[in-house]
Design a protein around this ligand. Structure first.
Ligand SMILES: C[S@@+](CC[C@H](N)C(=O)[O-])C[C@H]1O[C@@H](n2cnc3c(N)ncnc32)[C@H](O)[C@@H]1O
Length: 520
């Protein structure tokens, strides 16, 4: 039974807005409103047959508002990882191991790290210490660590275990999959046979593996997976209305990316919003066990962008789209001449192109441009493969350095390539704003590149044109883009490169502002 937020007595009513704070009577609720209104959660938890539990806005939420800050219930290495320190997650090479259990650590400093406690205790049933031999490559021994940290809650943290146990595991769907088989070998059998951990039933271990897959958040950068008791309730949408960041303590912060009106569902993206429909669906069905049927997924044109469309090889104008629906394409058909291609043929073609794309090396400007040229007659202009390459090029042009070929710095970039960089930024930005609306990380990265090209154009102007209204406006735009980019990027954790780019953007903003002040 809940207890009343005012007197602590048994409470049978809840705040009608957030559905979280409880009261014993209407009087106590009224009395508490003055204090509660500032903290009344902007979301409430609802439930439907199609979604299970989900969050909806309990009032209008303005863009940028923090909806939720959630501390991790469990942090552990991702399932597929090379050996990392089980205290701080940095890669390890075996030079130091925990003196109690034998799992490699980065050094004695991490031996007392409380994160390492579960597997350290649970690995001590062995007659000898754990031995890891395979470093600097994926090592299956680590697949058991995050499950062990979850299972540890059962006997050591009752509220944490209760929160974890409420999470969706999709056990029924998982049972017939390869993932279940792999979990049986690498987690269940490994725990029993190698670690000699016998305190958990097989079914319980599988359920935890399901909970990790369905609810885990990958923390960008340091190879960590986190489970969060509240944020796990966020539903997926292919055009989400929130953005998420992690602070340096791995707390998850969810902000409204756009205004979310009262009653609207609050969503995040479980995939990369810049992927095409088939790839997003594949990820969702194989790791989250549901088919997304949002407006974007149901629209063969992906909201008019043609992110997944091909160009017709039979006629010169048409685009080839999945038909009758992207969720169940029987064929791919040209929207001009109606010529069709089998789904298998399209998948095979995209698979081969995808393999080529993976081979494009970082800093290979020429090869990336050739990829765009060679695919221009086969893929739609915005196709996700092309957009991926355009994004890479937008960031590469003017970066300088480079490994094999020396790439020019921005100041030495020929005029046509400076223009090319600017156009690429604008093209990808349009897609990013549509699929990750609001203040997304991708928008910030693109604004940073865009302002760099625009400032460089200003720098190249002859002296007499540097102080016209038009050229001052160029710098004014740069200042606005830098301000927005630095604000977005500095919300990231200082553990991430993006945060440091945010600091750099702020410094550059100061430079632009002082140039503008001198010009006026
Ligand atoms: C991280 S959990 C979200 C919370 C979950 N609904 C619950 O009740 O615990 C992810 C699961 O929610 C459901 N879900 C989330 N977004 C969905 C969507 N757009 N369409 C259908 N199901 C969705 C799926 O079952 C998915 O595996």
């Amino acid at each position: 039974m809940d207890s009343c937020a005012v007197c602590g007595c048994a409470a049978s009513q809840r705040c009608g807005k957030c559905h979280l704070t409880a009261y014993c009577s209407k009087d106590h609720q009224k009395h508490h409103w003055k204090a509660h209104r500032t903290e009344c959660s902007p979301y409430r938890v609802s439930q439907s047959e199609a979604l299970g539990r989900y969050m909806e806005a309990s009032r209008d939420i303005p863009a940028g508002e923090v909806i939720l800050k959630d501390s991790p219930l469990v942090l552990g290495p991702r399932q597929v990882t090379m050996p990392v320190c089980l205290g701080c997650f940095t890669p390890v090479n075996g030079t130091y191991s925990c003196t109690a259990c034998g799992w490699p650590l980065c050094g004695p400093g991490c031996q007392g790290n409380s994160l390492h406690k579960p597997e350290c205790h649970l690995s001590q049933n062995r007659a000898s210490k754990v031995e890891v031999h395979k470093f600097m490559q994926v090592n299956q021994m680590y697949e058991c660590i995050t499950p062990l940290r979850c299972l540890w809650l059962r006997d050591n943290d009752a509220p944490g275990w209760a929160a974890l146990s409420l999470m969706e595991a999709h056990q029924g769907h998982r049972r017939a999959t390869n993932v279940h088989e792999m979990n049986q070998v690498n987690v269940v059998n490994f725990m029993k046979q190698y670690l000699k951990v016998t305190a958990f039933e097989e079914e319980e271990i599988h359920r935890i593996c399901g909970i990790i897959d369905v609810n885990g958040f990958e923390i960008p950068g340091p190879n960590i997976l986190g489970l969060y008791g509240k944020a796990c309730l966020l539903e997926h949408q292919c055009v989400p209305n929130t953005m998420r960041t992690f602070d340096s303590n791995f707390n998850l912060v969810i902000r409204a990316a756009v205004k979310i009106p009262k009653g609207h569902h609050i969503s995040t993206s479980y995939t990369d919003p810049m992927w095409g429909t088939a790839n997003r669906q594949l990820h969702l069905t194989t790791t989250k066990y549901f088919k997304c049927s949002c407006a974007r997924c149901l629209d063969p044109t992906e909201l008019g962008t043609h992110l997944s469309s091909l160009k017709c090889s039979q006629c010169s104008e048409g685009l080839v789209l999945p038909s009758p629906s992207p969720l169940n394409p029987e064929v791919w058909a040209c929207n001009s001449c109606q010529a069709t291609q089998t789904t298998d043929h399209v998948e095979q073609f995209l698979k081969q192109l995808g393999e080529k794309l993976v081979m494009l090396k970082e800093n290979s400007l020429g090869i990336s441009e050739s990829f765009l040229k060679s695919t221009s007659s086969r893929l739609s202009e915005n196709h996700y493969y092309r957009s991926d390459v355009k994004l890479a090029l937008a960031q590469m042009y003017g970066r300088g350095g480079g490994n094999s070929q020396q790439q020019p710095d921005l100041k030495d970039l020929p005029k046509d390539l400076l223009e090319r960089k600017e156009n690429l930024c604008r093209e990808v930005l349009e897609l990013a704003d549509l699929f990750s609306p609001g203040e997304s990380r991708l928008r910030a990265l693109l604004l940073y590149e865009l302002q760099a090209t625009c400032r460089e154009r200003h720098r190249r102007l002859p002296k007499r044109l540097k102080n016209t209204a038009q050229s001052r406006q160029m710098l004014q735009d740069c200042a606005e883009w830098l301000k927005e980019a630095s604000g977005i990027l500095q919300r990231e954790s200082p553990l991430q490169d993006e945060y440091h780019l945010g600091l750099q953007a702020e410094e550059e903003l100061n430079e632009v502002t002082s140039v503008l002040a001198r010009l006026r």
